[in-house]
Design a protein around this ligand. Sequence first.
Ligand SMILES: C[S@@+](CC[C@H](N)C(=O)[O-])C[C@H]1O[C@@H](n2cnc3c(N)ncnc32)[C@H](O)[C@@H]1O
Length: 234
Amino acid sequence: MMGQPPYSRTTIDELLRLIERAGLFERQPMVERKIMHYSSLQTILLVGEGNFSFSSALATAFESAENIVASSIDSEDKVLRVYNTARSSIENLESRKALVLYEVDATRLHEIEELSTRIFDRVVFNLPHAGYFPGGECSKEAIKKNSELLSMFLESATKLLSLDGEIHVTNKVGPPYKKWNLEGAAENYGLYLKESVSFQKADYPGYMNKRGSGAKINRTFRLGECETYMFSAV
Ligand SMILES: C[S@@+](CC[C@H](N)C(=O)[O-])C[C@H]1O[C@@H](n2cnc3c(N)ncnc32)[C@H](O)[C@@H]1O
């Protein structure tokens, strides 16, 4: 005797409609696109963005920025007010499906709701800097505050890393930047320096580095010799 089919045609049709509505039929596997050592297939968190031009350069190169989370410690209002090109960079990021976050403190990433449930293949902080110091870059205070920023960032970023993920810090080379003890701090959190490569801003079309603090916050500055230090826990 023929049994009843387990599901009626209407149930199957309803199921197909739900799947279609969720966009599961249309989702294509992502095509890999690269810019320098970054890939569209990597989940990438950028912190300490100034005018969002670096993350925007990645988004443009990848075409789809679904895997990018770009963030600034500043409020949206401040970012749009102080950086004249921020709006177009942010629009570029969002139109390519990146997540843009504001008021993200790079030293407390693991406490931020939108980040604490995610893991990243790359966490990137370009030209970290703790602010303007009246005594200058070589003052004890500047070195202490910048060292603290790097150390606390590394500690927090480690908690969001995928198994073979990397933390990238781009910094100027030489004194006083060497005194920020980047490699020493990394060691404290079980990270080792996998590689360090020369950083050229021309490799990222559209990227314009910014001071990020003080009265001349929107001004760019000469980079000179810079390196991207790549740390990993494995
Ligand atoms: C020299 S600017 C570089 C800005 C940008 N990354 C670039 O490449 O143009 C230093 C940046 O570090 C950011 N910063 C300082 N302390 C931070 C913190 N605790 N969390 C996130 N960003 C921070 C500042 O807001 C500023 O934008």
